[in-house]
Unconditional design. Structure first.
Length: 173
């Protein structure tokens, strides 16, 4: 176990308060990046008083493996208008940076007032793109983690904590 449910909730409450202050009085579009960020997004929105609109986007780059394929595909685009709004992209983990950079660049084409990134986990050692999150829950080592929405081959999302996946499960060393 890397992060307990209580550690997660405490940090999410802190992030929620910070976001509420930073976006007070602004037209906020909070975007959940499916599927991994669903638990984080839900808890973060509950911890963030104030008005905002939700939307959802999905990208694919992992398939069933533990490393990004390097090619990002948009599998679900936003349905809410973006122009002139403050967009907050909320994701489970910033690892290679490929997905968040792709999605940020895609959204910038629609002329938002701003685009910021909020991630539960930041793994800077895995970065392949120059991108950083504006809001980070936890910075962790470059290990493959599951639980609290994060998966391996669509499994383990329902764990109430974040744990490091044993390498023998995915054939790693």
């Amino acid at each position: 176990m890397l992060l307990t449910r209580q550690q997660l909730q405490t940090r999410i409450d802190e992030l929620g308060a910070q976001l509420a202050a930073d976006y007070a009085g602004k037209d906020l579009l909070a975007v959940c990046i499916l599927r991994g960020a669903t638990h984080f997004f839900s808890d973060l929105m509950l911890a963030m008083p104030g008005e905002c609109v939700y939307d959802f986007a999905a990208c694919s780059s992992y398939g069933g493996g533990v490393r990004s394929s390097g090619t990002v595909t948009l599998t679900r685009d936003l349905t809410e208008p973006v122009e002139g709004r403050h967009v907050l992209l909320i994701d489970d983990v910033l690892d290679s940076g490929l997905t968040l950079r792709f999605l940020r660049d895609h959204i910038l084409q629609s002329k938002p007032a701003s685009v910021r990134l909020c991630v539960l986990l930041d793994k800077p050692q895995g970065r392949r793109e120059e991108i950083s999150a504006d809001y980070v829950g936890f910075t962790i080592a470059n290990e493959f983690v599951v639980g609290y929405g994060l998966d391996y081959d669509q499994r383990y999302r329902n764990l109430p904590y974040v744990g490091v996946l044993k390498p023998e499960i995915y054939g790693g060393k």
